[in-house]
Design a protein around this ligand. Structure first.
Ligand code: PMP
Length: 422
């Protein structure tokens, strides 16, 4: 009979799952860092719109016009949510991975990229093919800034880009984005913020943080799968070849006398949005942005800190548990926490949480292999695949358990988790 005071209602509150011990229990979704349940409000908005949807930027019919308006309104709502500058572009993508690959495809020739080894693979890998400087894992926010500053100082002249996460998908620790951006700008570099984990938990204001671009995913921000955002400086995006070639990105296409074709591409966001756009995905993201703004991040953060304090206090009472951290106990963190349990293979532990307690967490290396190697000790042997722990690697257990929650999480999920771990 604990209080149950989530900030916003989400789908799936009443879903029950079977237990191996017999009977069933309501599902405790504690894997928000992978994908968060959709907000009820988002689902309602999408359902209300569904009968009216039509093709975007294509049809002449009333419903096509309505959908086009809704798509462009969604773009404006996202720009507002992110505090975009007047000239910024908001491009709808498939998710953060897609957004960062889009930006990677748009870098001016000769751009040198700086990225910490601690990043999610979506932030770590898209830059291959450019000159990339991988930075060692810092052990404090101050060291992160100093490490970046030193690397930029030593870099040759030319365009530079820093890619950094706002909050780690492994430790939940918040990175000093404003300070890193200031360091980047001092050295003539631009910065893209991977806000996949930050945006669902903290306000992300492009103007205030002064970042050049921001990327996030709808499915981690309480909207359904399939849509994400890249927002920020228009110049590199406008100068680049379209991310995908096709209808929607092209303004005019004409045969040349020599038999080839000439293409004039759009110069706005449409340049990188070829093909029929995901209007429902964009509308769902805009709806989620509106709901989070209306609830107020102050309230969201207060609630999250309360749950996180309970979670950490509960885990601290179990001596076999080691919580993974780069920046130490005092770090500012979102509701994402990874740990290992002495004497346990993390995959077995996570499987037991599911089978015996109806709790959904994630185990593995969280698509951040270099970071996990640093946190767990590189000598521990083979790593499981990203997203699918390798059974053969089970014996050496280079993996961890991650618990993560959000605006719809009731107290009971956290207390069930803590007593299950105990
Ligand atoms: N960056 C971070 C920090 C993430 O946590 C994730 C998702 N785990 C991504 C990028 C990639 O997001 P998506 O899978 O939605 O493209």
């Amino acid at each position: 009979a604990e209080s149950c005071t989530p900030v916003l209602p989400v789908l799936g509150r009443d879903v029950t799952v079977p237990l191996v011990t017999g009977g069933e229990v309501t599902y405790a979704a504690l894997d928000h860092a992978a994908s968060a349940p959709a907000l009820q409000r988002v689902w309602d908005d999408v359902a209300a719109y569904a009968p009216y949807y039509g093709s975007v930027h294509r049809g002449a019919g009333y419903l096509s016009q309505l959908s086009t308006d809704l798509f462009e309104q969604s773009r404006r709502a996202v720009a507002e949510f992110l505090g975009c500058r007047e000239d910024d572009e908001v491009v709808f993508t498939r998710a953060t991975t897609d957004s960062l690959n889009l930006l990677a495809s748009a870098l001016p020739a000769g751009t040198r990229v700086f990225v910490f080894e601690t990043e999610h693979h979506a932030s770590l890998l898209p830059w291959r093919g450019h000159d990339v400087t991988y930075l060692d894992a810092p052990r404090s926010p101050e060291q992160a800034v100093a490490t970046l500053e030193e690397a930029l100082h030593a870099a040759p002249a030319g365009p530079k880009l820093v890619c950094v996460t706002g909050a780690s998908n492994v430790t939940g620790e918040i990175w000093p984005v404003r300070e890193l951006t200031a360091a980047a700008h001092r050295h003539g570099a631009r910065l893209v913020l991977d806000a996949a984990q930050l945006a669902p938990h903290r306000p992300v204001d492009v103007s205030e943080l002064d970042v050049d671009w921001v990327a996030f995913s709808g499915h981690k921000l309480y909207a359904p799968f399939g849509a994400g955002v890249l927002a920020g400086r228009a110049d590199w995006l406008r100068a680049a070849e379209p991310y995908l070639a096709g209808g929607g990105a092209s303004r005019t296409v004409a045969r040349r006398e020599d038999g080839g074709v000439d293409v004039e591409w759009h110069t706005n966001a449409a340049r990188h949005e070829a093909g029929s756009p995901n209007v429902i995905g964009a509308y769902a993201i805009a709806s989620a942005c509106g709901a989070l703004r209306a609830a107020g991040f102050e309230r969201l953060v207060a609630r999250e800190e309360e749950l996180l304090a309970r979670l950490r206090a509960g885990l601290a009472e179990v001596p076999e548990v080691t919580v993974l951290s780069l920046f130490g106990d005092d770090a500012d963190r979102v509701g994402v926490l990874s740990f290992v349990v002495e004497g346990w293979n993390s995959s077995h532990f996570a499987a037991a949480l599911s089978a015996e307690h109806g709790i959904g967490v994630r185990d593995g290396l969280f698509c951040a292999h270099p970071l996990l190697r640093t946190l767990l000790g590189a000598e521990s042997g083979a790593a499981g695949e990203c997203g699918a722990p390798d059974a053969a690697a089970g014996a050496v257990s280079l993996n961890a358990i991650r618990v993560s929650f959000g605006v719809g999480t009731p107290d009971e999920h956290v207390s069930r988790f803590v007593s299950a771990v105990r």
